[in-house]
Design a protein around this ligand. Structure first.
Ligand SMILES: Cc1cc2nc3c(=O)[nH]c(=O)nc-3n(C[C@H](O)[C@H](O)[C@H](O)COP(=O)(O)OP(=O)(O)OC[C@H]3O[C@@H](n4cnc5c(N)ncnc54)[C@H](O)[C@@H]3O)c2cc1C
Length: 357
């Protein structure tokens, strides 16, 4: 038997869990399909110092456990699985996991994004321990340190520039001679004396995994074949993000980078009535836990308001047949009465005289 729900949320990161907290507190008994990364991206980091309410910071996984508990407390139900199929052509929307079919009146997509990584074992082992994919999040931890940024696009250059606020030296590792970023950005970067370059280079490895912190980076010059190792305190991977939106290809509008298109920037409404999207899967700009939580909140409120409007409409239309019945009987009576008794004896249809319809 398919499960039925008023609000189905896909994803259990900051956006999905915030949406769940709001929907649950509105008595909508939401259902969350958590995805395989329960808690989302923050579960792969250590200290989070910019989420409001935690003056001493909080570990990413702890923050997400708290959000999960908060959503549970108000009656959210969870399914630990990925959504593998969606049919958004009509309501209720149909979503299938490997084992379960769910039918939902409204759908909140909060499937997030993931930073593209180099694919090195050391990189994932040291993530949150000197390796990062977010300068805004972690730059502060690298005051007076030497860091490396990997990448050559706008994001890499922005991250490198931002990191010069803290680090004594920022070295950009880029596999080409030239940058893909806009000329103006490149000029600005070139003027920044803290930024150094390892061009035509790829990252071979990052250490020290055994010590549990970044102390070096090894790069290979792809033109000369030369391999060199450099002392490092941090490595920022800035080769882009991948929104987790494959499931919605041909079902929702996606932009050229795969982010879900909403009605206007910052909106959570998609083109399909009843389908909302929030968090990093719609946001290639801010990509922060607090902005994801904010848009999760908006999505839940918008879903709630839509359901309320529809319930009110349903209630009103439940009165409608009664009125039509009265209209019909009034007409029938009028027909019958034509030439016989007085029309004036028939009651005025309820509502019409009040002008409410
Ligand atoms: C290393 C790192 C450190 C960071 N540090 C900070 C920080 O200090 N401060 C800060 O504000 N931000 C930080 N961020 C950014 C922050 O983590 C994200 O902005 C935030 O997690 C986005 O939340 P989200 O809910 O939109 O998506 P995500 O956190 O990406 O969550 C997506 C959820 O969707 C689920 N999912 C995916 N596909 C499916 C599917 N098919 N079906 C069902 N579920 C699915 C996943 O399992 C996951 O639960 C950091 C990010 C990284 C990677």
């Amino acid at each position: 038997m398919p499960k039925q729900t008023k609000v189905l949320i896909l994803g259990s990161g900051a956006a999905g869990l915030t949406a769940a907290i709001y929907a649950a507190r509105a008595n909508l008994a939401p259902l969350v399909i958590e995805g395989l990364q329960s808690g989302g991206q923050l579960t792969i980091t250590t200290d989070v110092e910019n989420y409001p309410g935690f003056p001493d910071g909080i570990l990413g996984p702890d923050l997400m456990t708290r959000m999960h508990k908060q959503a549970e407390r108000f009656g959210t139900e969870f399914i630990y699985d990925n959504a593998e199929y969606v049919d958004l052509t009509q309501r209720p929307f149909v979503v299938k996991t490997s084992e379960q079919e769910v039918r939902a009146q409204t759908l909140i997509i909060a499937t997030g994004a993931s930073a593209k990584l180099l694919g090195l074992e050391s990189e994932s082992k040291l993530m949150g321990h000197g390796v990062s994919a977010c300068a805004t999040c972690d730059g502060f931890f690298f005051r007076d340190k030497e860091v490396f940024v990997v990448g050559g696009g706008d994001t890499a250059i922005e991250e490198a520039m931002f990191l010069t606020r803290f680090a004594t030296k920022v070295t950009l590792v880029h596999r080409r001679e030239t940058f893909r970023a806009s000329a103006i950005m490149v000029d600005r970067m070139r003027r920044n004396e803290k930024i150094h370059y390892l061009l035509n280079c790829t990252v071979e490895d990052i250490g020290d995994v055994a010590a549990g912190e970044v102390t070096w980076i090894r790069v290979k010059n792809i033109k000369t074949g030369e391999v060199s190792q450099h002392a490092a305190d941090g490595v920022f991977i800035a080769i882009g993000h991948q929104p987790s939106t494959d499931l919605f290809k041909d079902k929702l509008e996606l932009n050229e980078s795969g982010y879900i298109v909403t009605n206007y920037e910052g909106s959570v409404l998609t083109k399909i009535k009843g389908v909302f999207a929030s968090g990093d899967c719609i946001d290639h700009t801010y990509r922060q836990a607090v902005t994801a939580a904010g848009s999760g909140c908006r999505a839940a409120l918008e879903a709630q308001w839509l359901l309320e409007t529809e319930e009110n409409e349903l209630e009103e239309s439940a009165h409608q047949p009664q009125k039509e019945e009265m209209d019909t009987s009034a007409e029938a009576a009028k027909e019958k009465q034509d030439g016989k008794s007085a029309k004036a004896q028939q009651p005025e249809p309820v509502g019409k005289s009040q002008g409410c319809c």
